[in-house]
Design a protein around this ligand. Structure first.
Ligand code: TYM
Length: 326
């Protein structure tokens, strides 16, 4: 079974990215062949600073290592280094109806958020994502809930290609976490935790202890003072319970019992302590790898070589089927 997934190197990496994606990758790494990508070509579809991009790529890779992903087991590489991803995205664009791209929730949301920056790359984002996935004959794509629609579109595109030109692609399936597939904002708990919102709305994996504590202590809750999961009526406390449960691996019911008749303040203090403990490794690894750029580059080059072999073989088949090679 083959797994493919990736994260955009945008500089911030929050606990939603960890619980929705990376934590699932860790479990899958034990039982499947995994390819984990740093999707830099996706990162440039929203406003960004070119001078920061290489730094952000390095930081994201350090987060992968700090989380416990293992380059001896899995393949890691930078998306833009394998040209076939962009080439396949172009080819897939020729069989994808415009309406499919325009109806994607993420496109609509991002276009609304950056009305001054509605570029064609943003619209084509799911084509590149489909090519990332399909080029490696992926079976499962572990992502957060917000990316489910894109993976479903990848399935549709794979089927359309196979029906039109003959079978080349597998139809990939989405893999969602049972809990943690949609972590909500700390300040507006009816909205998804997101990289570009106000800094108090998310916990960054590299946050300092005092910042983690501060953000959890001011996280939006309600006036009831009852620690109980009820996503509709109590979105704030339900989100904090989900985070507590995912990081402690304890069921929510057990946490509710543990904190019965205990106020929000003590619960938030315990949650802060738990997060500070669990995220300490990220800051530690960041320091450790600060001056090890050569080592990081070496691992990514090795991964790239392995990925390139698979990507080239798939592209050869695609071009033959499409009549693009003799
Ligand atoms: P990105 O960088 O926006 O998000 C990375 C991963 O984090 C998940 N995620 C969340 N999970 C739970 N709660 C949240 N609040 C939350 N916010 C984000 C995302 O679902 C994602 O799994 N388009 C992808 C990157 C990509 C990709 C691919 C993924 C490009 N090509 C191929 C899989 C396969 C993205 O949104 O990244």
């Amino acid at each position: 079974m083959r797994i493919f997934s990736g994260i955009r190197p945008t500089g911030e990496l929050h606990i939603g990215n960890y619980l929705g994606a990376i934590k699932q990758w860790l479990a899958l790494q034990k039982r499947a062949e995994c390819i984990f990508c740093i999707v830099d070509l996706h990162a440039i579809t929203t406003p960004y600073e070119p001078k920061e991009l290489q730094k952000n790529i390095k930081k994201l890779f350090i987060a992968y290592l700090a989380a416990g992903l293992n380059p001896k087991k899995s393949i890691f590489f930078i998306q833009s280094q394998i040209k076939e991803h962009s080439e396949l995205a172009w080819l897939l664009g020729t069989i994808t109806p415009l309406g499919e791209l325009k109806r994607m929730t993420q496109f609509k949301e991002k276009a609304k958020k950056h009305p001054e920056y509605i570029n064609v790359g943003l619209l084509n984002y799911p084509l590149l994502m489909a090519s990332d996935i399909l080029i490696y004959n992926t079976d499962l794509v572990p992502v957060g809930k917000d990316q489910q629609q894109h993976v479903e579109l990848s399935r549709l595109i794979a089927r359309k290609f196979n029906n039109t030109f003959g079978k080349v692609f597998k139809e990939p399936k989405v893999f969602l976490a049972k809990s943690g597939a949609k972590i909500m904002s700390l300040t507006e708990p009816t909205k998804k935790m997101s990289k570009t919102d106000n800094p108090n709305s998310s916990i960054d994996l590299f946050d300092k202890a005092e910042d983690i504590r501060k953000k959890i202590m001011v996280a939006t809750t309600d006036s009831e003072k009852i620690i109980k999961y009820d996503a509709l009526r109590k979105p704030g406390i339900s989100n904090l319970l989900t985070i507590y449960s995912c990081f402690s691996n304890k069921p929510i019911k057990e946490i509710e019992k543990e904190f019965k008749n205990i106020g929000y303040r003590i619960f938030k203090e315990k949650l802060s302590q738990l997060l500070i403990e669990k995220l300490e490794i990220f800051r530690k690894k960041e320091k450790e790898f600060k001056n090890k750029t050569a080592e990081i580059e070496k691992i990514l080059k090795q991964g790239e070589k392995r990925a390139q072999i698979i990507a080239s073989a798939t592209m050869k088949k695609v071009k033959e089927k499409m009549g693009l090679s003799k």
